[in-house]
Design a protein around this ligand. Structure first.
Ligand SMILES: Nc1ncnc2c1ncn2[C@@H]1O[C@H](COP(=O)(O)OP(=O)(O)O)[C@@H](O)[C@H]1O
Ligand SMILES: O=C(O)C[C@@H](O)[C@H](O)C(=O)COP(=O)(O)O
Length: 333
């Protein structure tokens, strides 16, 4: 059973909050960054990718965030508009902050990494006074992402967005999106992740991300069932733990669990898997699918995106996703 209820009659399905960045994906694959010379520029940032995935699937999607007042910032906003994402919640920085850059290194399909340039980035300058309660109230759901908690004032802006969401019965999805280089202190990281997760209805993360949150509390089990059950005494109804090529598992507050396999694909690079999974999983849940079907949709979207060069621009439409689910080979794990 799908344990989530969404308010009806709201003009937006999903508002994502947080990082708006640029991905520079290596054109020359199967080599280290030291030997990579050319890159293709795409809009990126985990919540941005999820928003694009959501819009491509036909969800009415908005964004709350901050961009730099330069060509890069305008490139991002223009791209979102082209993808029919509502940008009224996107503010323009006036302090000279820059757009975060993610250079990707594709040494092999299994060995990819990201080199981030994130000093003085505009996305972390979003101020609580720039989060509009009336805007959040117009949405059925809100997606937050952990990296926006890394620094003030973006951290407080996210917590305020969470308060408004809870007040107005907006279902909150939390994609943990833990990027170590954005944080300086392990305890600070885990404290803020745990505090935010307490206020969320659905928590989605990898095993490693949940381990990071549990280490501070001296929880050593690394056990999916235990991890999920910890959140059911707070707001969560649904917790998803992702295991890369070994699929994912979801637990619900009423004691059910669902395991999802993967769709075999010709992997070009592994990044983008989590964001595409989240966008199609959320789409499935919001469109009345059973949890296991929504997970399958997430896995299908991930298998499409990891076979393509970009993350945002590779997100499938609903027709592409459904066709892939019919034709690609699904493997239970
Ligand atoms: N090698 C792979 N082949 C097919 N699907 C994959 C592969 N790796 C990941 N996926 C899909 O993407 C989902 C999310 O991947 P994962 O690596 O766990 O997340 P993240 O990108 O956030 O680290 C998985 O649950 C799975 O459905
Ligand atoms: O999140 C970023 O800033 C970089 C992303 O745009 C990038 O494409 C990526 O790492 C995707 O993350 P994943 O889906 O968790 O693999």
């Amino acid at each position: 059973m799908n344990p989530l209820q969404f308010e009806k009659d709201r003009p937006l399905d999903l508002i994502a909050v947080g990082r708006l960045c640029i991905d520079l994906n290596a054109n020359e694959t199967n080599r280290p960054m030291e030997e990579t010379c050319t890159f293709t520029k795409y809009v990126g940032g985990s919540p941005t990718n999820i928003a694009v995935g959501s819009a491509r699937l036909g969800q009415k999607t908005g964004f709350i965030g901050k961009v730099s007042d330069d060509q890069m910032g305008r490139f991002i906003t223009n791209y979102l508009e082209k993808n029919e994402i509502d940008t009224q919640g996107i503010k323009i920085d006036q302090t000279g902050a820059v757009t975060g850059l993610a250079f990707t290194e594709i040494k092999s399909p299994e060995d990819c990494s990201i080199l981030m340039y994130r000093d003085n980035v505009a996305d972390l300058k979003l101020h609580p006074s720039e989060v509009d309660e009336e805007y959040i109230k117009q949405s059925k759901s809100l997606l937050i992402s952990g990296t926006a908690l890394a620094k003030s004032p973006s951290r407080e802006a996210v917590f305020l967005a969470l308060e408004y969401a809870v007040k107005h019965k907006v279902t909150v999805f939390f994609d943990l999106d833990y990027r170590p280089y954005t944080w300086t202190d392990e305890a600070e990281t885990a404290v803020y992740y745990n505090l935010a997760a307490e206020k969320c209805d659905v928590i989605i993360g990898t095993r490693e991300e949940f381990d990071m949150m549990e280490k501070l509390l001296n929880i050593k089990e690394s056990d999916d069932h235990y991890t999920a059950s910890r959140w059911f005494s707070y707001r969560a109804n649904l917790v998803v733990i992702k295991h890369g090529g070994a699929g994912s598992i979801a637990y619900t507050k009423d004691g059910e669990s669902h395991r999802s396999g993967i769709f075999r694909t010709n992997v070009l690079k592994t990044f983008g898997a989590g964001d595409s999974y989240a966008s199609a999983f959320i789409y499935g849940l919001m469109n009345g699918k059973e949890i296991s079907k929504a997970m399958k949709m997430g896995s299908a979207s991930a298998s499409i995106v990891i076979s393509r060069h970009s993350c945002s621009d590779a997100m499938p439409t609903e027709a592409e996703l459904l066709e892939h689910m019919e034709t690609a080979i699904y493997e239970t794990v």
